[in-house]
Design a protein around this ligand. Structure first.
Ligand code: IDP
Ligand code: MG
Length: 149
């Protein structure tokens, strides 16, 4: 079992796609163990995207991610980090495989609908930015557990 951090970005929230995006992960069988909607301040956004500090797109990325509410969640599942990235598709939606979230709902690089951690180390770091451990429900079981996962 592994945890990953997912965010439904402001473009998707604006377009009414919160449910669609969450559903992709939910239907796959991941367990949602933390979920909330929030408006990021610049400081939190810069911390979340610290690895991109200094890159040409950094400022506009922070502008974008703070432009409206985001829905953040923690998923638990087998190989959750890599499996969630597969469901999301490539960073540039133009290169994302059909059937992935980014291919199906986005067509430009920045407004690519969803964020997902790129490693278990990133996942733990990102989860800690957005959630207190007591806000998570790691123990609950889905009925289908054991059948599909
Ligand atoms: P990821 O979201 O697939 O992990 P990263 O390389 O970590 O991709 O980039 C973080 C986010 O920054 C991307 O999801 C995208 O919104 C934005 N981004 C990445 N590269 C560019 C770029 O070249 N131009 C504009 N935005 C970018
Ligand atoms: Mg990334």
């Amino acid at each position: 079992m592994e945890r990953t951090f997912i965010a439904v970005k402001p473009d998707a929230v604006q377009r009414g796609l919160i449910g669609e995006v969450i559903q992709r992960f939910e239907k796959k069988g991941f367990k949602i163990i933390g979920l909330k909607i929030l408006q990021l301040d610049r400081q939190t956004a810069e911390k979340h995207y610290a690895e991109h500090f200094g890159k040409p797109f950094f400022e506009s990325l922070v502008d974008f991610i703070t432009s409206g509410p985001v829905v953040v969640m923690v998923l638990e599942g087998v190989n959750a980090v890599e499996a969630a990235r597969k469901l999301m598709g490539a960073t540039n939606p133009a290169n994302a495989d059909p059937g992935t979230i980014r291919a199906d709902y986005a067509h430009t690089m920045q407004r690519n609908v969803v964020h997902g951690s790129d490693s278990t180390v990133s996942a733990e770091r990102e989860i800690a930015i957005f959630f207190d451990e007591k806000e998570l429900i790691p123990g609950w079981k889905r009925d289908m557990e054991g059948q599909f996962i």
